[in-house]
Design a protein around this ligand. Structure first.
Ligand code: PLP
Length: 389
């Protein structure tokens, strides 16, 4: 069997050993975190330890953490017109977001479609602050309070958005700010106070926790989005239902490990990616690097071999032992042209051939060497077929 090389951490990261151990320990324990007996209190202790660790990953107050089943649920909980700050209702009239958000945000959730405004981005996928200013001015003039949802880092390109600037501007007109940091958390230092956002979404399986864990974190623990589910009073009434303690315990362990090494890992992973990108570009001048000289995650490369369909590239690499994604990972198994690349104005011929490499905590030099070997074996054939077509 071919030795596998996994460069698809933006889709999901392997479970870290310490997360696996925490998950198994929690599976072996019995006790609902809401029960008062010893077993219940032990589960509650696991939950609260994980809460401290997850809050620590983004420098937040642990009381602001609401555990969810993943990033999608965290985004869904955040995107509502209806909040409370303490006992006082706080209503947002319009959702302002960007054309490059993950589908979990772009749908707008509990906002009526007419109350969702999607802002364009520049040719590198960044929100221009002038565009935001113009929209904020318009909504302020019409007396509408804004909830802005701007992702911290893009899942396809890794491009980082100016979230701190967004927060300053939106707060100046009395709005709220949510940021989807699902791809950024654990890969670059993320500080909720420095970002100035009111709500931040993160997901366990992108940083080496188990699937089934995520969190929406409020900077102000007294800010409460209207709950999505009705039921028990778990998570201080913000997310009903018995907590998934094994997944949460694993999330806490992964968050703690990621936070402890985030700066050195950022440098290490950046060096791996640069070595692969540089080598690929020197061996295959036909390869297009879709975003280069822009602030982006250290682990993500968005590439294209124009004229070769992305599915063909991904399948050929997979057969040779290298796991990568075509544009966005697509749950339906169909690969459509990426809305992110379309929003950046990337021509269709290049966008249709885009694929993504993404490194993570388990990646090492041997992955770069093996990936280069696979590209050397596979790409010349694809390029010859393209020339013949
Ligand atoms: N937001 C971003 C930016 C993502 O990349 C993803 C997953 O790919 C999500 C949200 C959804 O997260 P989850 O898979 O945990 O539901």
């Amino acid at each position: 069997m071919t030795e596998r090389t996994y460069l698809d951490h933006n889709a999901t990261s392997p479970v870290r050993p310490e997360a696996r151990a925490a998950l198994l320990d929690a599976l072996d324990a019995t006790g609902n975190g809401s029960s008062v007996h010893s077993e219940g209190r032990a589960s509650r202790a696991v939950l609260e330890t994980a809460r401290l660790r997850v809050a620590g990953l983004v420098g937040a107050d642990p009381r602001g953490v609401v555990f969810t089943a993943g990033g999608t649920e965290a985004d869904t909980l955040a995107l509502t017109p209806h909040f409370q700050r303490g006992e006082a209702p706080l209503t947002c009239d319009v959702l302002l977001t960007t054309a490059v958000e993950h589908a979990a945000v772009l749908r707008g959730h509990r906002f009526a479609p007419d109350n969702v405004e999607i802002l364009p981005v520049d040719n590198r996928g960044r929100l221009r602050l002038e565009t935001l200013d113009a929209a904020l001015e318009r909504h302020q003039a019409e007396g509408r309070r804004v909830l802005a949802s701007v992702m911290l880092a893009n899942n396809e390109t890794g491009v980082i958005q100016p979230v701190a600037e967004v927060s300053r501007r939106v707060h100046a007109v009395g709005g709220l700010v949510h940021t989807d940091a699902v791809q950024a958390a654990g890969r670059i230092p993320v500080s909720l106070p420095a970002l100035g956002a009111d709500l931040i979404s993160i997901s366990a399986h992108k940083l080496g926790g188990a699937p089934g864990g995520g969190a929406l974190i409020m900077a102000d623990p007294d800010l409460r989005p209207a709950p999505v589910f009705g039921g028990g009073g778990q998570e201080r009434g913000r997310r009903a239902g018995s907590e998934n303690i094994p997944a949460i315990a694993a999330f806490g362990a992964a968050a703690e490990s990621a936070a402890a090494a985030v700066e050195s890992e950022q440098r290490r992973i950046h060096a791996l990616r640069e070595r692969l990108e540089d080598a690929l570009r020197s061996v295959f001048p036909e390869l297009v690097l879709l975003v280069g000289d822009v602030d982006r995650l250290p682990n993500t490369s968005s590439l294209s071999v124009p004229g070769v369909p992305a599915e063909t590239i991904v399948i050929a690499l997979d057969l040779a032992g290298l796991a990568v994604s075509a544009g966005a990972a697509c749950s339906s198994g169909k690969v459509a042209t990426s809305h992110v690349l379309t929003a950046m104005g990337v021509p269709e011929r290049i966008a249709r051939s885009a694929f993504r490499l993404s490194f993570g905590w388990s990646s090492g030099d041997e992955d770069v060497d093996r990936a280069l070997g696979v590209f050397r074996r596979v790409l010349p054939g694809l390029l010859r077929r393209r020339a013949a077509a």
